[in-house]
Design a protein around this ligand. Structure first.
Ligand code: ADP
Ligand code: MG
Length: 214
């Protein structure tokens, strides 16, 4: 199958073409239809298998094709365990939003807090963040999640390893409404706490596991 077989906006297909990408990987082929259908999802596949586009494409599609639920942005929050991983995902997202009117920012630990507060106040549609710093902005009311439509947790196992469970729950609770969709991605599913966090954050999720997760 090809990316053109999914219900994706032409601007997204153009961006993929520019990246030289035309054929979905296994995780993309299986996860994207559930994510596009608005389902919650728990997905795992090994490192390097293309998980980033498996959530960025449906996230972009949802924002492009639906009206905002609220005047309050952000509409999408993507959480990653480390600055490096968040920066990588942010660069891929930038390539996708470049073709649209939507705005993405990153909020990482170790960077200027006040500058981040200002960036959040400018109502970005997408926020890519590490959980600790984002939870700090939430506590300071720099971030309003009542309009959040999509919460994405990437490398969920590593976020739990790094002790971010409480921050994930705080962010989840601040965005707790019926029309929110949650996508959780992980390299492994054998982390002891992953089922607990999934039970708390996901509603009636679909499960996609590719290969022997390692
Ligand atoms: P993971 O998050 O599963 O470790 P990434 O999303 O970082 O994997 O993707 C790994 C690499 O594969 C990236 O360089 C990405 O651009 C590339 N890639 C992703 N999807 C495809 C695809 N469908 N075809 C070719 N390359 C892809
Ligand atoms: Mg990844």
């Amino acid at each position: 199958m090809l990316f053109t077989d999914f219900q994706l906006d032409n601007r997204l297909l153009q961006s993929l073409k520019h990246m030289g990408i035309d054929t979905p990987t296994d995780i993309q082929e299986q996860a994207i239809p559930f994510a596009l259908a608005g389902k919650d999802l728990m997905a795992s596949s090994k490192t390097g298998s293309g998980k980033t586009l498996a959530f960025l494409l449906p996230a972009m599609q949802r924002i492009i094709s639906t009206r905002a639920l609220s005047k309050r942005d952000p509409r999408v929050v993507i959480l990653l365990p480390t600055r490096e991983l968040a920066t990588q995902v942010y660069s891929q997202l930038r390539l996708l939003v470049a073709n649209t009117q939507y705005k993405a920012i990153k909020i990482l630990g170790g960077e200027n807090f006040n500058d981040q507060a200002k960036a959040l106040a400018r109502d970005p549609h997408f926020v890519v963040a590490t959980p600790g710093r984002l939870a700090d902005h939430l506590a300071q009311r720099h971030l309003h999640l009542n309009g959040l439509e999509l919460l994405i947790l990437d490398e969920a196992d590593r976020m739990l390893d790094l002790g971010f469970a409480e921050q994930l729950k705080a962010i989840n609770n601040a965005a707790d409404h019926k029309r929110r969709q949650t996508l959780m991605f992980s390299a492994t599913l054998d982390h002891t706490d992953i089922n607990d966090i999934a039970a708390e954050l996901l509603a009636d999720p679909e499960h996609v596991a590719i290969g022997a997760a390692n």
